[in-house]
Design a protein around this ligand. Structure first.
Ligand code: NAD
Ligand code: DAU
Length: 354
């Protein structure tokens, strides 16, 4: 079996669902269930003996080690993190705790477990660390996309904490020989995306008749990748990635935020037309994110060249599936928007006067 951390979050739950749709190898899903973790994402696995869920914190080294020893996974796929840049600006402490201390704690548990394995299992073991393109900082309009050799230059507490975790993973390979792999991916979108992030926020605000908040001038560029393509890339790297290497994952889908929001509005205008006017009428420009990175773009040619991975979805095809998923799953959205979500929206947007 494989041991997945953060498998109740957005990408982790998509990965667990994809994994079990394609293989009978079991998954031990270890997740703290913070505000971002949601067992409803995994509802379709109820009663499926291949999926074991354990609620726990990656900072609990002894607890993780005991689970590793009990279940003997052949790999750890590490998604668990605090993942939202805006939350890291308003409260960086949790990001340091989970992303840095938590990854350190997980690495220590993995090292203790792996060191004691018989030689053949030791050689086959993998620790795959899921990271982000944000560790590379920001690009100018004419800069080449981030490659695996681009120097790290993180600009938010979130990206700095992920950069630190990447360095720890690297050091465990070089120092202890732990068979690590790291992926650095661009912005994902798709089903089960928590509606604090741009794409699901815009869809749910549009349908709810609320303002569509655009930070600054909306000309920041992101390189969007459908979550299923990210999951496929992780499977490829886990299967055949070279030990100690990092692989950039991206969609070749650079787009300014305002253009992405226009695309969403136009799609909703067709699929769920308003009584009058367009969803574009709800667009509102608000105060920018401090330290806002202007442009991300990923050069994913290493992954293509070495492991034969390519994204299957274009932005148009992936976003069409995503919008349809949100239209079909309004109950999921309403469920995550109850409780603490409302408080977050108030905190993040209250001082962003137009
Ligand atoms: P998410 O916030 O949706 O999910 C994170 C999950 O981790 C949640 O289920 C949460 O409960 C769990 N978690 C948080 N702290 C934990 C802890 N201390 N112990 C155990 N579980 C804990 O995040 P996501 O968007 O699914 O991102 C997953 C990973 O992919 C992260 O490492 C993130 O940095 C990386 N990533 C995300 C994107 C993106 O666009 N969302 C892009 C590239 C990389
Ligand atoms: O690049 C990969 C990263 O993508 C991941 O590592 C992060 O975990 C993930 O959250 C995402 O980070 P971003 O900051 O790029 O995503 P977010 O959806 O928060 O914002 C996307 C862009 O939209 C960004 O330029 C900020 C802007 N934005 C966001 C919100 C929430 C707005 O203009 N208005 C908003 O209300």
């Amino acid at each position: 079996m494989i041991f997945v951390t953060g498998g109740a979050g957005f990408i982790g739950s998509n990965f667990v669902l994809d994994w079990l749709a394609q293989s009978d190898e079991g998954v031990l899903n270890y997740d703290k269930l913070t505000y971002a973790g949601n067992l409803n994402n995994l509802k379709s696995l109820q009663g499926d003996a291949r999926h074991i869920f354990v609620r726990g914190d990656i900072c609990d080294q002894a607890g993780v080690l005991a689970l590793l020893q009990q279940h003997q996974p052949r790999a750890i796929v590490h998604f668990a993190a605090e993942s939202h840049v805006d939350r890291s600006i308003l409260g960086p402490g949790e990001f340091i705790q989970t992303n840095i201390n938590g990854t350190f704690s997980l690495l220590e548990a993995a090292r203790a477990y792996w060191s004691a394995l018989p030689d053949d299992e030791k050689a086959a073991f993998r620790f795959l660390h899921v990271s982000t393109d944000e560790v590379y900082g920001t690009l100018g309009p004419d800069d080449a996309p981030f490659s695996e050799t681009t120097p790290y230059a993180p600009n938010s507490p979130y990206s700095a904490s992920k950069a630190a975790s990447d360095h720890l993973v690297r050091s465990y390979h070089h120092t202890y020989g732990l068979p690590t792999l790291t992926t650095n991916c661009s912005n994902n979108y798709g089903p089960y995306h928590f509606p604090e992030k741009l794409i699901p926020l815009i869809i749910s605000n549009a349908l709810g008749g609320k303002p569509l908040p655009i930070y600054g001038d909306g000309q920041q560029v992101r390189d969007w990748l459908y979550v299923g393509d990210h999951c496929a890339a992780i499977r490829r790297v886990l299967a055949e990635g070279r030990l100690g290497e990092t692989y950039n994952v991206g969609g070749w889908n650079e787009m300014a935020n305002l253009d992405a929001v226009h695309t969403l509005c136009d799609m909703l205008d067709k699929l769920r037309p308003k009584a009058a006017g367009s969803y574009r009428d709800q667009i509102t420009f608000v105060k920018d994110r401090p330290g806002h990175d202007r442009r991300y773009a990923i050069d994913a040619r290493k992954l293509e060249r070495e492991l034969g991975w390519k994204p299957a979805e274009t932005f148009q095809s992936g976003i069409a599936k995503t919008v349809q998923w949100y239209l079909d799953n309004q109950a999921w959205v309403q469920d995550v928007q109850s409780g603490a979500y409302a408080k977050w929206v108030e905190t993040n947007y209250q001082n962003r006067e137009a």
